[in-house]
Ligand binder design. Structure first.
Ligand code: ASP
Length: 383
């Protein structure tokens, strides 16, 4: 293996995009191990190129800058998503995330460190603006992977995090009050709608979901929040020139969820998965579908069989589509009426953002490499 002797300045002068032979990088497993060049890149959900820090950097830009300056890849992607977690205007992540049905902001997050082959997660965490940093502490300081609820909060307190009474902002609180005012939610599926044989029309959608969606659409149209933030999350994955791969996912989950509802974001294999020999994948969107298909794991496994990030993501989305057979989750065409997205990067630094449907091309994902930060339309499985 060729040894890297370049210092950072020489590396930048040579052009990070030229790619470098990663001294430790391999792609594939067993006898088919191939040396690859790893091109540094950060890939994230669309909001990874919106919120900015005090220097005007977005999540992907900050993460790329830190990573290419030599910081640990996980530290870099977490620093990136911290910008979004702390942004009161992003109503899908961290501080100011839309609260649960009781008006309480409950946050979920997961992190995974490829080279160290460990991960950490928190679910239903209240009172800490940056759950990704608590998930990292779970990974680094404990013999466990997942802490939830009050236990996660007590752990965060012991780790020195500030615990706040309320993570609502005036905006998220006002939206919740408005939601309460407009709905009388029935949180459970009526008996006659539990089976698979209910009619597929709108009337068959479970009452709460139908009413909730209608209200949410109205409220989004009136500017209470961005409709993309009803669900909404940030996943951010990175690979450096040494081929080290890490990822993080962080969210306030589904707006106005049943208190205690946990989505896919803090579950490794669902909201995030990293294999340092292969790559990383993470998800945003309808977490329940991902929980029953563990599709981030599927993405990485598909890449391990030689698929490109885009083809691997499409295979995972196809698998999810095939899991959606309940009529209440199907539209008039018999296609899933839900959104689900994946952000993938392989060890070489190739990347993709894939979604089930992107009808008007509005859904984008965020990337930063040597060409700088940018937003790219998601590739869709269905027209
Ligand atoms: N996947 C997240 C969840 O289900 C929400 C989202 O990404 O929109 O909690």
């Amino acid at each position: 293996m060729q040894k890297q002797k370049m210092n950072r300045r020489e590396f930048v002068a040579a052009g990070a995009g030229a790619g470098m032979l990663a001294s430790s990088s391999v792609f594939g497993q067993g006898p088919n191990v191939i040396a690859v060049r790893s091109k540094p890149v950060i890939v994230a959900a669309g909001n990874g190129n919106r919120s900015k820090d005090k220097d005007g950097l977005t999540c992907v830009a900050r993460a790329f800058k830190m990573m290419t300056a030599g910081s640990d890849v996980l530290d870099s992607v977490i620093a990136g998503v911290n910008i979004v977690e702390l942004d009161p205007e992003d109503t899908s992540v961290g501080y100011g995330g839309l609260p649960n049905a009781d008006g309480v902001v409950q946050l979920d997050s997961s992190v995974m460190h490829g080279p160290k082959k460990i991960g950490g997660c928190v679910a239903s965490l209240e009172g800490v603006r940056t759950p990704s940093l608590v998930a990292q502490k779970v990974m680094e300081e404990t013999d466990h992977v997942l802490l939830v609820g009050k236990g996660a909060q007590d752990f965060a307190r012991m780790m020195g995090f500030t615990i706040e009474d309320d993570l609502n902002t005036p905006r998220s609180r006002a939206a919740w009050i408005e939601w309460k005012r407009r709905t009388d939610p029935l949180h459970y599926i009526p008996t006659d709608q539990r089976g698979l044989k209910v009619p597929g029309d709108m009337a068959a959608l479970r009452e709460r979901e139908r009413a909730g969606l209608e209200v949410a659409r109205q409220m989004a149209a009136e500017g209470w929040f961005d409709i993309e933030h009803l669900y909404g999350t940030i996943n951010c994955n990175g690979v450096n020139s040494k081929g080290e791969v890490c990822g993080v996912t962080t969210t306030s989950g589904l707006a106005w969820k049943i208190p205690g509802r946990v989505g896919d974001s803090p579950i490794l294999g669902a909201g995030l998965y990293v294999n340092n020999d292969i790559g990383a994948a993470g998800s945003t969107g309808r977490g329940e579908l991902n929980l029953i298909s563990l599709a981030s794991f599927v993405c990485v496994e598909e890449m391990s069989r030689g698929k490109s990030p885009k083809d691997a993501g499409m295979a995972a989305i196809k698998r999810i589509k095939d899991m959606v057979i309940q009529k209440r989750l199907l539209d008039e065409k018999g296609e899933p009426n839900v959104g689900i997205n994946f952000y993938l990067v392989n060890k070489k630094g190739e990347f993709a953002g894939v979604t089930l449907k992107n009808p008007n091309g509005r859904s984008t994902y965020a990337v930063c490499d040597e060409n700088g930060p940018r937003s790219i339309p998601m590739d869709a499985l269905l027209a």
